[in-house]
Design a protein around this ligand. Structure first.
Ligand SMILES: [Zn+2]
Length: 276
C-alpha cells in the first residue's frame, strides 16, 4: 500500500517517491515566476540510466522529476530551484523557460523506426513490438510516424503530479518541450495525451472556482503555498509583489472570469481557484 504523495519543503514526499540530488541546477526561482510545467521524454533506454544521466555533472542537464514506466518517481531538484531541462526555448513572449518552469522527464524511448521484420527500433537499437508503438502525427509535422507508447501507470502518475503541482504552486500552464522549442525538439510527442492533461487540469480548476463565486468585498484566505499576484487578470501579466503564502487574508474587490482583484497591503490579480 502506498501513502499519499504530498509536497513538503519543495519535495514530493510519500507514495514511494525517491530523491537523488542532481548537481545540474541553477539558483532559486525568482519569487512567484515558476508558473509553467514543461513535459519531456528521456529518449533513454531505462529509468535508472536516465536518472544517472541527469545526475552526471558532465551532462549539464537535469529535471525536477523523472517518472518511470511503472509509475515510479525520482526527484532530482527541489521545486523552488531552477533545473536545466528546457534549453533554448520560448513561450508566449518569454525565453529561457528554465527560469519559469518545473521540468518533468518521462521514461520513453521516443521516436521509433519501422524495420523490415515489422518491428520497431529506437535510436539505441532496442526492438519494440507493434503493441508498444503509437502511430501518430506530431503536432509540429504533417505526416504520421512511430512513437514508443507511454504506460497507463506513467500517464496516471503524471496527471496526479501535475495536479498537485498546479494546486501547490498556482501553476497555470502545462506545455511540451516540443512547443517551447519546436525547431529542435519533438518530446513528449504524440503518444503522450498532453491536450487531455491540459483539459483535466483546466476542468479541475473550473470545479474549484465554481466554489469560489463570492461577493465583492468578501474576506478570503489564500490556499496555495505561494500565490502569484499579477498586475492584470491573466498569467501573462507580471507579478506585482512577492507571492502570498497560505493563510494570508485578502479582500476581493473586483472579478474578471476566474480571476479576482484583491486588496492586501497593495492590490493585484490572483486566480480565484487559490482563494477560499
Ligand atoms: Zn525535452
Amino acid at each position: 500500500m502506498t501513502t499519499k504523495t504530498i509536497i513538503k519543503e519543495h519535495r514530493l514526499s510519500g507514495g514511494g517517491v525517491k530523491y537523488k540530488a542532481s548537481p545540474n541546477h541553477g539558483g532559486i526561482f525568482a519569487a512567484g515566476v515558476a508558473d509553467t510545467i514543461v513535459l519531456h521524454y528521456t529518449g533513454g533506454s531505462s529509468f535508472d540510466s536516465s536518472v544517472e544521466h541527469l545526475c552526471s555533472e558532465k551532462t549539464k542537464a537535469s529535471a525536477h522529476l523523472v517518472i518511470g514506466r511503472e509509475g515510479q518517481v525520482t526527484q532530482l531538484v527541489p521545486f523552488d530551484t531552477i533545473a536545466w531541462h528546457a534549453g533554448a526555448s520560448q513561450w508566449k513572449g518569454r525565453s529561457g523557460m528554465n527560469q519559469y518552469s518545473i521540468g518533468i522527464e518521462l521514461d520513453n524511448a521516443g521516436e521509433l523506426t519501422k524495420n523490415q521484420a515489422g518491428m520497431y527500433s529506437s535510436w539505441f537499437n532496442r526492438t519494440y513490438a507493434p503493441e508498444e508503438v503509437f502511430r501518430g502525427t506530431h503536432r509540429n509535422r504533417t505526416h504520421p510516424s512511430f512513437w514508443h507508447i507511454y504506460t497507463e501507470q506513467q500517464i496516471e502518475k503524471t496527471f496526479a503530479i501535475c495536479d498537485l503541482l498546479c494546486d501547490t504552486y498556482g501553476i497555470s500552464e502545462i506545455v511540451g518541450h516540443e512547443e517551447i522549442s519546436p525547431k529542435h525538439k519533438v518530446d513528449p510527442g504524440p503518444a503522450f495525451p498532453l491536450d487531455k492533461l491540459r483539459q483535466c487540469v483546466e476542468a479541475d480548476r473550473a470545479d474549484n472556482s465554481a466554489d469560489n463565486i463570492f461577493e465583492l468585498g468578501a474576506d478570503r484566505v489564500v490556499t496555495a503555498t505561494k500565490l502569484n499576484v499579477r498586475s492584470g487578470p491573466s498569467i501573462n501579466f507580471e507579478a506585482v509583489s512577492a507571492p502570498l503564502l497560505t493563510g494570508r487574508k485578502v479582500k476581493v474587490i473586483e472579478r474578471h472570469e476566474e480571476w479576482s482583484k484583491i486588496e492586501f497591503t497593495q492590490t493585484g490579480w490572483v486566480n480565484s481557484r487559490f482563494l477560499r
